[in-house]
Write a protein that binds this ligand. Structure first.
Ligand code: C2R
Length: 130
């Protein structure tokens, strides 16, 4: 059983994931880490979402960042997206994550701001434990 599932679209997003881990570790929150692309490996992503016992997902992705939205389409658990800076300073990923259609919500933190994704996840978890 883990509290948070952290998923990156690519191993190249690891530096942003490390920011998430550092806050979660500091606060004693358990997490699982996976690199799974919704674009490149949709079936494995589907399997992971179905089998993960986590309570919150943090999805980290750059470029055309479908990952957080695809996760949100497959679970009712909260999804926090972290846009990663890349070719367009992260604006492409930011807009991909923020502009979700109604009914499929994704919370979005600032570009490369893995720390805030972890802090927001911790606040969500606190709702259930208070
Ligand atoms: N946005 C996505 C998705 C996805 O949304 O499924 N899969 C990979 N990516 C992003 O592509 C960028 C370049 O990836 P590579 O470095 O592997 O070419 C990464 O920032 C990743 O998050």
């Amino acid at each position: 059983m883990v509290d948070v599932a952290v998923i990156c679209g690519s191993a190249s997003d690891t530096a942003v994931a490390e920011k998430v881990f550092s806050v979660l570790r500091e606060q004693g929150v358990s997490y699982d880490y996976q690199v799974i692309s919704a674009h490149r490996d949709p079936d494995r992503l589907d399997d992971y979402i179905r089998s993960s016992p986590c309570r919150v997902f943090i999805a980290i992705a750059g470029l055309s960042a479908a990952l957080p939205g695809v996760i949100a389409s497959k679970t009712a658990r909260p999804v926090i997206g972290v846009p990663v800076s890349g070719k367009l300073m992260g604006l492409d990923a930011l807009l991909s994550i923020v502009q979700m259609p109604k009914g499929v919500p994704v919370a979005c933190v600032g570009v490369d701001n893995g720390e805030n994704a972890a802090h927001l996840a911790i606040r969500m978890l606190a709702l259930a434990s208070e």
